[in-house]
Design a protein around this ligand. Structure first.
Ligand code: RM4
Ligand code: MN
Ligand code: MN
Length: 430
């Protein structure tokens, strides 16, 4: 596997940090032992955890108002993969990349697959894009794509989703994520039922093009770009459509796509129960689809979501196989640093959820002991599991201190020289 940061730098940095880490790890191990938990078993679980990186997150994002480009932003999917390989080299829990088309379209997908292979990377769900017009496109998506009132426009959107599946097959992907921006800005602008009927007709065509081992991930979002109504606005409409389409269609939960204060962990539980949980786009938010770094504002909420996921794992819930992906936009940080941090934050939530004393929790739930049930969750959440995460990284060949080692490598400054700014976002959004 080709690595872009000098391995001896990683080893050197790790060596100087190892004595302190070992001490902290042993201390945590002794503490967990008192509760009958074997730290080694937890570290092994942590070392197996994976979350995919969004290709579009490697470029600096922007808002409706402005975009402030960063140094050495990737200009194409090959450079995005280079950045993703640096992220994975440091954190070792991001082996897969989720590509977005046509932003990441290339003329030779076999070549792209080979390029990723060399960097030790694979591909997660492919994303279609019918929320934007592309240069030279025949029919505009201004008034919708899969739900447009014009049949030719719908056909064009269906054809794009099908070409994404074709490209994804070459890349070794097994899922298509469909998020549409379709909706309306005025009361009365669209007929709700007819619009959703058109969605289902189009989505069925896409669904029928899925290979046997593929899934279709439907992603809902309450608002934006449409501000009065959105066609797939919430998990209710999402799961109804997934049920209508069939077994291969499932609902994807993007943490920033819900009404404020919605109980997301409960939505997750419902989707798990009915085998309709596709997976996640992790991020954090305060107001809406803010795409802030995972766990940066609501780590307890993220932990509660993982509590449901680990609980399903623990119960061997049938059909449980969610895809974990990040979906963020970085405006004021180096995207590589944000993505490394976020991957670690997601992994942290997973590890804390592993430490919940489930049998005790079930007992308190059955005996209606509310305070002890809450305290059982809090006990796991309040543990500092950083030594487990760092140890899992080192054992997988990563860095004890990902950001410090990455900064020390000078990768960003070198990218700045190799990749003069194009003025465009690597994400393709702004
Ligand atoms: C959307 C949604 C999709 C992502 C685009 C770029 O808000 O989260 O997952 O593909 O943004
Ligand atoms: Mn998303
Ligand atoms: Mn989003």
């Amino acid at each position: 596997m080709k690595t872009l940061i000098n391995e001896s730098l990683v080893a050197e940095q790790n060596q100087s940090l190892m004595p302190a880490l070992q001490e902290d790890y042993d201390h945590l191990g002794a503490k967990l032992q008192r509760s009958g938990i074997d730290i080694e078993a937890v570290t092994q679980q942590a070392a197996k955890f994976q979350v995919a990186v969004p290709s579009w997150g490697t470029g600096t994002g922007g808002t409706r108002f402005a975009r402030f480009p960063g140094i050495g932003e990737p200009r194409n999917i090959f450079e995005k993969l280079e950045d993703c390989s640096v992220i994975n080299q440091m954190v070792r829990c991001t082996e897969k990349v989720s590509p977005h088309f046509p932003w990441d379209k290339v003329s030779d997908f076999t070549e792209l697959k080979g390029f990723a292979d060399d960097l030790g990377l694979g591909f997660d769900a492919v994303n279609s894009n019918t929320f934007q017009d592309q240069p030279g496109q025949e029919h505009s998506y201004k008034y919708g794509s899969l739900t447009n009132t014009c049949p030719q426009t719908r056909e064009q959107a269906v054809a794009h989703n099908i070409e994404c599946i074709e490209w994804g097959k070459t890349l070794g992907s097994t899922a298509l994520t469909v998020w549409i921006g379709d909706g309306s800005n005025f009361a009365g602008q669209s007929h709700f039922q007819r619009q959703l009927e058109r969605y289902l007709d189009s989505a069925k065509e896409v669904y029928n093009a899925l290979p046997d081992d593929w899934s279709m991930f439907i992603e809902h979002k309450m608002f934006e770009p449409a501000f009065y109504s959105t066609v797939i606005q919430d998990w209710g409409t999402n799961v109804l459509c997934a049920m209508e389409l069939g077994e291969k269609a499932k609902s994807l939960v993007d943490l920033g796509h819900h009404a404020p204060n919605v109980n997301i962990e409960m939505i997750v539980s419902r989707l798990i129960q009915f085998q309709k949980l596709a997976g996640f786009h992790f991020n954090d938010s305060k107001y809406g689809d803010d795409d802030l770094d995972s766990g940066s504002l609501h780590p307890f909420q993220q932990f509660l979501i993982f509590n449901e996921l680990v609980d399903a794992e623990h119960r061997n819930q049938p059909g449980f196989n969610p895809a974990y992906m990040l979906d963020q936009s970085h405006n004021v940080t180096d995207p590589i640093e944000s993505l490394m941090n976020s991957a670690e934050e997601v992994q942290r939530s997973y590890v804390k959820a592993l430490l919940v004393d489930r049998d005790a929790l079930y007992g308190f739930q059955d005996s209606n002991d509310a305070i002890m049930a809450a305290n059982t969750l809090k006990a796991a959440f309040n543990l500092d599991v950083a030594p487990i995460l760092a140890m899992a990284r080192v054992r997988n060949g990563g860095a004890i201190a990902p950001i410090a080692t990455y900064r020390e490598s000078g990768y960003r400054a070198a990218a700045g020289v190799k990749r003069p700014s194009s003025g465009h976002s690597g994400s393709g959004i702004v």
